[in-house]
Design a protein around this ligand. Structure first.
Ligand code: GLN
Length: 546
């Protein structure tokens, strides 16, 4: 921890889903635009040790970092809005914290003392916050959950203590609340905000800045009222306006004076913010000339949070093709041979995302087949790549019972299977997998290098021979079938440097058909669209304009 590191703690009140993650990410963007070095950490109040085992239906996407941590999806926002690279220390859950404290207790580290929430859990939390504070000017810490929840109390107590530990000039608290417009009264209501702040103050935290989520700009009078009741300056009451595109949030905050207020309260000098790139981006987003309709044929289609990074990466693909991307979520369980054509007839591109479990598998295979046969741009990600290989093996190479051993252990053509040994680029050694070992332990996670084949779609999109991308899967392409599939027209366009692992496949004589074993969506940024998403949306638009 640098001596002059500053800390911003972001809490949320009234209700969940107000956009605390986006608010934290936007604060990070604004501070970076002033030349400050920043990092962001998320503290989550649930007992799972990491979100890796959580159902995306309930919790949304699991975001994967370069170092292979399975994290909360808010870390995706942090990476998309800033230049920060997230890693294992950027996300702590109650489970991870207790796990560490209990392990220390078992080792005897507490020398027989009684282990308690205060000070042992709170000390652990404070140490975890300090883990990310080396060599940055500002640490932004987002506390998950809503004020009033029992679960988040130890976190709030820890951040309350933190101010005394590091000095009051080094810490500010930002609280995000809701200021709803009540149509029958014809006015916005400040009471929920007052109550939320009262709750926060009752546990010893006086917020310095309030971000008020609302559907209209707050008048001076309303701001004054909130300021009076909540004991903050009028200029510390910020309108957090509902916006069409999330990428407008940093500019809205800036116009409301948020970054000025933050640096004033933290007593830091910075250059003026450089927000031209954000302004250009928002201008572009608001004037996109074309549009495409992309079908996402998946499983978790009721909760759009489940495919957060994917949705954003597709939008980014649109930004760099002057094109609005309309997402059409299709539950693959509802696709069958009879209705496939009808469901997918008017789409410009089909994407089958990553996934686990058997449900809806055949519907996704049908979607891949429909795209292949009808020459519709197809993008298969992780499971979507594996299913494209299965479809190709079945319907082009004549292996009618081809499958992944994940779904059919006894198939005679396991074109996708659990590889038991391969050369691992991270450890520079042969990696062995034991099928009977614990579930999570056998996953290939995080960044791996991949070498591209000259002249392929992938090579053209990336414009380079070596790439590195993030993984989260167990099953792999089975090299036993490589030759025969290649003979039938499958192109292996990317492999691990040792060639043990197939990372990208394409097919011949198709405008755009590509499957990748990794998750490119995690690395796409609004101002730097991932090459595969740029190329895919470009192909979808080309098809539409033909
Ligand atoms: N279920 C597949 C595997 O484990 C694909 C995983 C994914 O799409 N992330 O390999």
């Amino acid at each position: 921890m640098g001596n002059d590191t500053k800390y911003i703690f972001v809490t949320g009140g009234v209700l969940s889903s107000l956009g605390k993650g986006l608010a934290s990410a936007s604060i990070g963007a604004l501070l970076e635009s002033r030349g400050l070095s920043v990092t962001i950490q998320k503290l989550d109040p649930y007992i799972n040790v990491d979100p890796g085992t959580m159902n995306p239906f309930q919790h949304g996407e699991v975001f994967v970092t370069d170092d292979g941590s399975e994290t909360d999806l808010d870390l995706g926002h942090y990476e998309r809005f800033t230049s920060i690279k997230m890693g294992q220390d950027n996300n702590f859950t109650t489970g991870k914290i207790y796990y560490s404290v209990i392990s220390k207790e078992r080792r005897g580290d507490y020398l027989g003392g009684t282990v308690q929430v205060i000070p042992h859990i709170t000390d652990e939390i404070k140490n975890d916050i300090k883990l990310v504070s080396d060599s940055v000017d500002v640490v932004i810490v987002e506390i998950g959950g809503t004020i009033g929840d029992i679960e988040s109390l130890p976190f709030l107590e820890a951040i309350r203590q933190f101010k005394t530990d590091v000095g009051k000039e080094n810490v500010i608290y930002i609280h995000l609340t809701l200021v709803p417009y009540i149509a029958t009264a014809g006015e916005v209501k400040t009471k929920p905000t007052q109550h939320s702040v009262k709750e926060l103050r009752s546990i010893g935290i006086q917020p310095d800045i309030l971000l008020c989520r609302t559907d209209r700009f707050l008048s001076k009078e309303i701001k004054a009222k909130i300021a009076l009741f909540c004991n903050v300056g009028v200029d510390a009451v910020i309108t957090a306006l509902d916006v069409e595109s999330i990428y407008e949030v940093p500019l809205i905050f800036h116009n409301e004076g948020l970054d000025d207020k933050i640096i004033e309260l933290l007593n830091i000098w910075t250059r003026a913010p450089r927000l031209e790139a954000w302004k250009d981006l928002v201008k572009r987003i608001k004037s996109l000339k074309h549009s495409v309709k992309i079908a996402i044929v998946g499983k978790y289609t009721n909760l759009t949070e489940s495919y957060k990074s994917l949705n954003e990466a597709l939008y980014h693909g649109g930004f760099s093709n002057d094109c609005k991307v309309n997402l059409f979520f299709v539950d693959s369980e509802n696709i069958n041979a009879d209705n496939c054509k009808e469901v997918l007839s008017d789409v410009d591109g089909i994407l089958v995302p990553g996934g686990f479990g058997t449900r809806g598998i055949e519907g996704k295979i049908l979607a891949a087949q429909y795209a292949r046969v009808n020459k519709i741009p197809y993008f298969g990600i992780c499971l979507g790549m594996q299913l494209a290989v299965i479809e190709f093996a079945r319907n082009v190479a004549g292996m009618t019972s081809a499958h992944s051993s994940e779904f059919d252990e006894k198939t005679t053509f396991p074109v996708i299977y659990l590889m038991l040994s391969w050369y691992d680029e991270k450890t520079k050694a042969i990696q062995k997998r034991d099928i009977s070992s614990e579930k999570g332990g056998t996953m290939r996670l995080g960044t791996y290098p991949c070498i591209l084949e000259e002249g392929t779609l992938a090579h053209k999109a990336y414009g380079t021979y070596e790439i590195s991308e993030r993984h989260r899967h167990r099953y792999e392409f089975n090299n036993e079938f490589k030759e025969i599939l290649e003979e039938k027209g499958l192109i292996i366009s990317g492999t691990s440097p040792s060639k043990d692992l197939v990372e990208i496949v394409e097919i011949k004589e198709h405008p755009w058909f590509l499957g990748c074993q990794f998750h490119p969506e995690f690395k796409s940024r609004p101002m730097q669209t991932h090459p595969l998403f740029q190329s895919f949306i470009g192909a979808a638009l080309k098809k539409k304009l033909e």
